[in-house]
Design a protein around this ligand. Structure first.
Ligand SMILES: CC(C)(COP(=O)(O)OP(=O)(O)OC[C@H]1O[C@@H](n2cnc3c(N)ncnc32)[C@H](O)[C@@H]1OP(=O)(O)O)[C@@H](O)C(=O)NCCC(=O)NCCS
Length: 175
């Protein structure tokens, strides 16, 4: 089981809990600009956020790891996590509320996920990034991820939903 509390230099991360929907929905999950390049549909109602919380709880139960909410002191600023895949691999990603952009938080959070992946004994991390999303590509590059291939991927908040993306990989060093 991955830790229930993680610290990065400026942030605190914990798994979502059932009562978090009212905070997550308005803070970032319903924001059209924040969710533009995400792989999940923007939340239209609180029930969408509650469905995410159920999916998150199931992932934690099944895999011993899953999503984390990101806090700057007591302020919820976004989410990240590890989604287990076959072969000691996991998918990662990050989403921040708009007022938290441009302060190095995504890079800090991704480094936290890299440490967690090492702790969990994972071999490889993968991230999918829209081909035009330069800020996110820069975060991945700063953390040492390598672009390994391009493919069309679903981006449900864009039209058309299938869009060009880069697939990034990071090999995790054994501790
Ligand atoms: C993308 C996102 C995660 C970036 O978070 P952040 O905390 O602002 O990122 P950081 O500050 O750690 O790093 C961003 C880097 O991209 C650079 N950058 C920002 N906008 C850029 C642009 N349009 N073109 C090129 N580089 C850009 C920044 O200068 C910085 O690089 P630097 O440290 O070399 O100066 C944030 O904007 C976000 O949550 N967006 C909505 C959700 C999302 O798209 N998630 C990613 C899905 S793949």
């Amino acid at each position: 089981m991955a830790p229930q509390l993680l610290h990065t230099p400026r942030l605190r991360l914990r798994p979502p809990r059932p009562h978090d929907a009212e905070a997550i929905f308005p803070r970032y999950a319903a924001d059209a600009e924040v969710t533009r390049y995400l792989s999940w549909p923007r939340h239209r109602t609180l029930n969408d956020t509650r469905a995410f919380l159920e999916w998150s709880a199931a992932a934690w139960q099944r895999d011993g790891v899953g999503p984390y909410l990101i806090y700057r002191e007591d302020d919820l600023i976004g989410s990240t996590g590890l989604q287990c895949m076959a072969g000691e691999r996991a998918l990662t990603g990050y989403v921040l509320a708009r007022d938290a952009w441009g302060q190095g938080y995504a890079t800090e959070v991704l480094r936290g996920m890299m440490e967690l992946a090492q702790t969990c004994g994972l071999r490889e991390l993968e991230a999918i990034c829209h081909a035009r999303h330069r800020a996110s590509q820069r975060v991945l590059e700063k953390c040492g991820f390598q672009p390994v291939r391009d493919s069309n991927q679903p981006f449900p908040n864009l039209i058309p939903a299938m869009q060009p993306a880069h697939i990034f990989i990071l090999c995790i060093a054994r501790p």
